[in-house]
Design a protein around this ligand. Structure first.
Ligand code: ADP
Length: 125
């Protein structure tokens, strides 16, 4: 059980995470697992800056998918969102998965981590 201020690793995102947990509990839900998909920065920049969207018949790059902007988004993520990992790690809910690989492989790892059968794969029983 977490006690406010009792833990040296407490982070500014903890109150938000506590609030989310309370709101979910009021709705009768809890979190079973929290997945963190681990991909190094260069691969993320490559993936996001390679993304295109179809707009009015043309493939366009979102302004925020330009490499420098992606790097900035990743810094904001590291500063503001990544501390949540520590919160869920302390609760024993966090599972980190290697998200390098083909999309199907990464999906399989995520489903494994959730203990869910992959509908795309034959089951063994
Ligand atoms: N395992 C993967 N290997 C290579 N590229 C990937 C992988 N997963 C996602 N991508 C690509 O990275 C980009 C961002 O993916 P994603 O965060 O799922 O966003 P979205 O599906 O909203 O575009 C997309 O262009 C997607 O095709």
């Amino acid at each position: 059980m977490r006690q406010p201020g009792s833990c040296s690793t407490a982070s500014p995102v903890d109150p938000q995470a506590e609030q989310l947990r309370e709101s979910l509990a009021e709705l009768g839900h809890g979190l079973d697992r929290v997945l963190e998909l681990v991909v190094d920065e260069e691969e993320l920049v490559r993936r996001l800056s390679g993304r295109r969207m179809l707009v009015d018949g043309q493939m366009v790059q979102r302004d925020d998918d330009k490499p420098d902007t992606v790097r900035h988004r990743l810094k904001v993520y590291r500063d503001q969102t990544e501390p949540l990992s520590g919160f869920y790690e302390a609760d024993g809910l966090l599972v980190r998965i290697d998200a390098i690989g083909e999309i199907d492989e990464v999906t399989g790892r995520a489903l494994d981590a959730l203990g869910v059968a992959d509908p795309g794969q034959p089951s063994d029983g």
